[in-house]
Ligand binder design. Structure first.
Ligand code: PMP
Length: 401
């Protein structure tokens, strides 16, 4: 029966990685996946995480391999919730939280739950969005529609078109996926005023906002600032929302799969009912999430000294990325590369949508061994003081070709 299956192309990130691995040129550079690298292109275990490892290991007892509850490790998802929402009035705001298999698991659990509970006619994703959003929502059987987000010519947020589309075409009860900060792939976020207008449209059209928060602390280096949009939607007191939260990037815990799903409901009764359904779904999907990564994250979030050290680690990562944006921009300016490149420094977070065409991306790859996704998105964390000139020269040559 499987011979009739259609052929599914390899995910673009993994396809790029395979090509990169097969290239033996010493100058090769990959700017694909959103993973942090230090100035030597090496993965970086955060010093705060190393200390958390020691504390977790010291505290290990014979129960360390026991199952967690279905909803996960409560000290973790409560601390994760507080990091995201900040202090809130528990009498007015009712939050259900579950510990998930990182941000992807939270997106999937949320998509499945919202698809069952709201029966939306469509889910609205930004054009473009993280590639897995359309995949996840397709897997749960909800029609995916796109709202304008990126203005290709001006290389800015297409805000008025976004609002117009949602106001005229989104149906009551539709889900709208929003990136809480550091939009992937464009690196362009709405301003606070624009977030307020998005919230108004959600109220007016009864759209259900589902935030994806994969970069808290990465956008500005300030955890509260990066959670502003989520907190604003909650503070309005008029909206129920969901949030998928990941600690892959901000703690560098990628493979540990540490994340949470949060649902803010209008009443304790809704929260209790939603919790039952979410727990049942989680039971069917994974039974219970893994332990160790969540203990590392909890140690950092609940130990005041380690928390301060983590803030310093976050600042180190976000400022290295900012410096690399500046370095790439300055190299392009000094080469006199045709076009405007201001967006490279004005965009935030891990990514820059360079505006390179698929043909230019292919040229940089063949001529300079620099591997970039076809969309022209680069992971700025892949740049360092040793390779930025080489990358800029490759871009320069491709643009002039
Ligand atoms: N959402 C967005 C927007 C992302 O960029 C990512 C990571 N690339 C994720 C979710 C999920 O990552 P993880 O499953 O590692 O938490």
């Amino acid at each position: 029966p499987f011979s009739n299956l259609s052929v599914i192309p390899l995910d673009p990130h993994y396809a790029l990685k395979e090509l990169f691995n097969a290239d033996h040129d010493p100058k090769k550079v990959i700017l694909g996946s959103g993973v942090y690298r230090d100035d030597n292109s090496k993965p970086w275990v955060l010093p705060s995480v190393k200390k958390a490892e020691e504390l977790v290991d010291q505290a290990q007892d014979s129960a360390r391999y026991e199952y967690l509850p279905i909803t996960g490790y409560a000290p973790f998802y409560n601390a994760a919730r507080d990091l995201l929402f900040g202090p809130f009035d528990e009498k007015a705001v009712h939050v259900v939280s579950l510990h998930t298999i990182s941000g992807t698991g939270a997106n999937h659990l949320g998509a499945r739950f919202l698809s069952d509970a709201l029966r939306p006619s469509s889910v609205w994703l930004s054009d473009p969005s993280w590639v897995n959003h359309a995949n996840i929502w397709g897997l749960v059987g909800v029609t995916v529609k796109l709202y304008p987000y990126w203005n290709r010519e001006k290389r800015v947020l297409d805000f008025e078109k976004m609002i117009e589309k949602l106001e005229t075409e989104a149906a009551t009860g539709d889900v709208i996926v929003l990136h809480a900060c550091a939009h992937n792939p464009t690196g362009v976020d709405p301003t606070k005023e624009q977030w307020k207008r998005i919230a108004e449209v959600c109220e007016k059209r009864a759209l259900f906002p589902f935030f994806d928060c994969a970069y808290q602390g990465f956008a500005t280096g300030d955890l509260d600032e990066d959670a502003w949009a989520v907190r604003h939607f909650v503070e309005r007191g008029t909206l129920e929302i969901a949030v998928a939260q990941s600690f892959s990037k901000n703690m560098g815990l990628y493979g540990e799969r540490v994340g949470a799903f949060h649902l803010v409901t209008a009443s304790p009764d809704s929260a209790a009912k939603a919790k039952g359904h979410l727990t049942r779904l989680q039971r069917g999907q994974i039974s219970q999430p893994p332990t160790r990564g969540s203990k590392l994250a909890t140690t950092i979030l609940t130990n005041p000294r380690l928390f301060q050290e983590w803030l310093a680690d976050l600042r180190e990562m976000s400022s290295r990325i900012k410096n690399m944006r500046k370095a790439l921009y300055e190299e392009l300016l000094s080469l006199g590369t045709p076009g405007t490149w201001d967006h490279i420094v004005s965009q935030i977070g891990m990514f820059s949508y360079t505006g390179l065409s698929p043909e230019q991306v292919a040229t940089v790859q063949t001529d300079n061994h620099v591997y970039i996704l076809k969309s022209g998105r680069i992971s700025v964390a892949g740049l360092n003081t040793k390779n930025v000139k080489h990358v800029a020269e490759g871009i320069d040559a491709a643009v002039r070709k």
